[in-house]
Design a protein around this ligand. Structure first.
Ligand code: XMP
Length: 517
């Protein structure tokens, strides 16, 4: 069931997952709730959802090839304001009787678009210059609009860069209003949503919280819920939201694996138990993990041991809460889309420590199911979670266990924690923390010779890994300025005993992965 079921909803029809997600996020940035639906949704299903507007996304295919995804044509007769973007615009043109043809070169990148004479009254033009820069990415061109439609903008290469039927409330834009390279793109979407579709900007984080609290209370009633905290932003916000709704009926379990970043365990306890007043079971299990990992060097074996141990300890801890019927999970909207829509690319699945045990005898409470990551952060901030948690970078379930190459020992963890803390602190001081997807230190299983003062040293190197990424599927090594790398290096060598050399990893993904194991 949708948490935002009675919220006026824009349905974004998915012709290519990445495009659809970006559009859905932009609609929400304009404070209108949006959901992504697969392109084979039927007219009856759309009518049933009673959306305030439809947006047809762009997509990687050509409308002109056999088997190109289409829209149930009856949807166009439902009198729902509709905006087609790129592929979506071409599809409208082609399904309603216009013409497309293939370009030799296509249009790609920043393009000057002009208003067509006599179309000044179009609502998509309102308040915008007669000529503007837009971002294009297409090979097919619309050469004739369907009967009853008017071409309202053109470029040197495309006779129809935007078109409309005011009567049918259908609009098409060949350019991408959802990308930052189209400076007036949000204004175009705003005109469509607010003026044509009559949306009110009411999807705010305050409303999201009120709504979620109401829904959680309805689901849980007087029951008890438990939540596994990993220290990451998703489980943290889910817990805070559920606590807002049901207070002391929630108990959190935090399994401290001893493989977390420096002071992270303490910070989780401080934030949740002391500041938020949440009942928290803190299991200090470091020794158990180190015992289980003794002598183990194979990365996959390490992951397996850590994952299994985690589940056993979590089960043991939650066994003490015998009357809990609900389990809180921090599932996000992209996870829901990825497991649910036909066009989304498959993502690599990780064993997520803190994730679901194999057999579940709980009913799930998933208060973030409809939210994108940026919305989750905004909710977390509004609920009073500290920046360190709200803006925490992704961290692998097996923690530092997969950043220590070779055998994991308490001593190596302590060395790595200190080096890692310096990497992140220097980045934060330089104001770069939020631009970088992940930055951390890795401790390889080698030693090298150095000299410090008059002494020969023989110690580990630390490897700095910092990447930029949109979604962790691909990543590039971050171009951190030399002076910041220099500060990291000299501080690590001077302050962390056990390290005498620092290297920077300049491998992108692929062919590398973000983590070293
Ligand atoms: P790789 O190393 O495959 O990592 O490029 C991609 C992203 O996933 C994170 N990661 C994990 N997350 N459990 C998790 O919850 C895991 O076992 C795990 N392994 C890697 C990694 O930090 C990066 O963000």
């Amino acid at each position: 069931m949708s948490e935002a079921e009675d919220e006026p909803t824009v349905l974004v029809v998915d012709f290519g997952a990445q495009y659809a997600q970006l559009i859905a996020r932009r609609v929400r940035e304009l404070n209108v709730y949006s959901e992504i639906v697969p392109h084979d949704i039927t007219a009856a299903e759309v009518a049933d959802r009673r959306p305030v507007a439809l947006v047809l996304s762009g997509g990687p295919k050509s409308v002109r090839i056999d088997g190109a995804p289409e829209l149930d044509p009856d949807i166009y007769d439902l009198d729902i304001p509709t905006l087609g973007i790129c592929y979506g615009a071409q599809l409208i043109a082609s399904q309603l009787g216009g013409e497309l043809s293939r370009y030799d070169q296509g249009e790609y990148g920043r393009t000057e678009m002009r208003r067509i004479a006599g179309t000044d009254a179009s609502l998509l033009h309102d308040g915008l210059p007669a000529e503007q820069t837009v971002w294009m990415s297409h090979f097919d061109a619309i050469t004739r609009v369907p009967d009853g439609f008017t071409a309202i903008a053109e470029t040197d290469a495309a006779p129809v860069a935007a078109f409309e039927s005011v009567e049918r409330r259908i609009y098409g834009v060949q350019f991408h209003p959802e990308v930052g390279h189209t400076p007036n793109g949000m204004a175009v979407m705003e005109q469509f949503l607010w003026r044509e579709a009559g949306c009110a900007p009411q999807w705010t984080m305050g409303n999201v919280i009120d709504h979620a609290v109401h829904t959680i209370r309805g689901q849980v009633g007087t029951g008890r819920a438990i939540c596994g905290l990993s220290g990451g932003v998703d489980s943290a916000v889910a817990a805070a939201l559920v606590h807002e709704a049901i207070g002391s009926q929630l108990t959190c379990v935090f399994v401290d694996t001893g493989l977390m970043r420096k002071d992270e365990g303490e910070q989780v306890v401080e934030t949740f138990r002391r500041n938020q007043g949440i009942e928290l079971i803190h299991v200090r299990a470091g020794d158990e993990f180190f015992d289980a990992l003794a002598g183990v060097t194979d990365p996959e074996e390490k992951r397996k041991i850590i994952g299994e141990k985690f589940i056993r300890i979590f089960e043991r801890a939650k066994g003490g809460i015998t009357d809990a019927h609900f389990l809180v999970q921090g599932t996000l909207y992209p996870d829901v889309i990825e497991s649910g829509t036909k066009d989304a690319a498959k993502i690599k699945s990780h064993h997520n420590v803190g994730g679901l045990p194999d057999e579940i005898d709980f009913e799930l409470v998933e208060p973030l199911r409809n939210l994108f990551k940026d919305e989750v952060r905004a909710v977390g901030a509004q609920l009073g979670l500290p920046d360190e948690i709200v803006w925490r970078q992704p961290f692998p379930g097996p923690g530092l266990g997969v950043r220590i190459i070779g055998e994991v020992t308490a001593e190596k963890v302590a060395i790595l924690q200190d080096a890692d803390a310096i990497v992140r602190e220097e980045l934060r001081n330089a104001g770069l923390e939020r631009e970088i997807w992940q930055a951390f230190a890795v401790l390889p299983d080698i030693r090298s010779v150095g000299v410090m003062g008059d002494e020969r040293t023989y110690a580990h190197p630390a490897i700095i890994r910092a990447v930029t990424s949109e979604d962790a599927m691909t990543a590039d090594w971050a171009r951190i300025p030399y002076d910041i790398l220099e500060a990291m290096s000299s501080r690590i060598i001077n302050e962390v005993s056990g390290i005498n050399r620092v290297a920077y990893d300049i491998t992108s993904k692929p062919p590398g992965t973000i983590e070293w194991e």
